[in-house]
Design a protein around this ligand. Sequence first.
Ligand code: PMP
Length: 358
Amino acid sequence: MSRFWSSLTHDLKPYVPGEQPRIAGLVKLNTNENPLGPSPRALEAIRGEAAETLRLYPDPQALALRAALADYHQVRPEQVFVGNGSDEVLAHTFAALLKHDAPLLFPDITYSFYTVYCRLFSIAYDAVPLDQTMRIRLADYRRPAGAIIIPNPNAPTGIALSRAEIATLLEDHPDAPVVIDEAYVDFGAETAIPLVDAHRNLLVVQTMSKSRALAGLRIGYAIGNADLIEALTRVKDSFNSYPLGRPAQAGAIASLADDAYFRQSLAQVIASRERLNHGLGRLGFEVLPSAANFVFARHPGHQGAALAAALRERAVIVRHFAAPRISDHLRITVGTDEQIDRLLAALAEILGGPPATV
Ligand code: PMP
């Protein structure tokens, strides 16, 4: 608190990201990073940009990257917006598209940045409760809405809606912007991108942080009709003309070009997720069906906070949310098989059961 702060600053409730501790030997399963690393071709392209040309500003319109994304997703470049991580793309989306007279709707258990943006941009919202099984019930969204934003798969539950269900949501709300945050879609859900041509109100947001293992490069993007993209560009150009540097643009293009690496690493994460599910199940955890690179699990006999603390003592970090309805859950990133083994061994020790073999 300071008398030098604006009233806006006083009223903010900033998002608290998962910690990034620097502890040797730590098993870090708290921020959904991809343990397999980026495509070697992306790394080579990034290194190629560590050159004298860094004295020059990057392309403010990121035309080459937008063309590559358009090609990859079978849309036109004017249907693509890029930003510094999908968090920035989402921030511009909230400012550009989600403030209306009727409230913005999103699930009560969801990405906690949404309420932070609502506060920053003074957007009225209604948090729509998930059902008892932690699923989104589309019927609950059949009410007046200024706009809707839903992650698919949802975070932190990992549960996905089908593309047909997203189409129903769009048909229910033809006059409201509907944003689908697909940060984790590549790990097992259906993208809504094929719906953008038929639904002028749909914006799909994706990131290269998770499935492409480029969280440190900060590449997010949105795909939708050109008039939605123009709204985002107007906000972006009122904020920062150059959100993506030269290494970021080049690395993102090279990652898209290396589809074989992408497919192979997705398959590996998905296989490890099933291994993690199985191991947690054997230890007595209830695990929600995940289409993401994390699982959301609770143990009927143990409190979430206590489990997270006991894991931390064993140098394993997972995400725990001290929030209503989910305070006994742990969100666990799918790590390497070796990391999963360390997690399961630590849990077995904490629960006092037999060592988990998977
Ligand atoms: N959406 C969801 C649902 C997320 O969990 C995250 C990661 N915290 C993001 C968006 C933002 O990811 P990034 O800014 O790295 O693209």
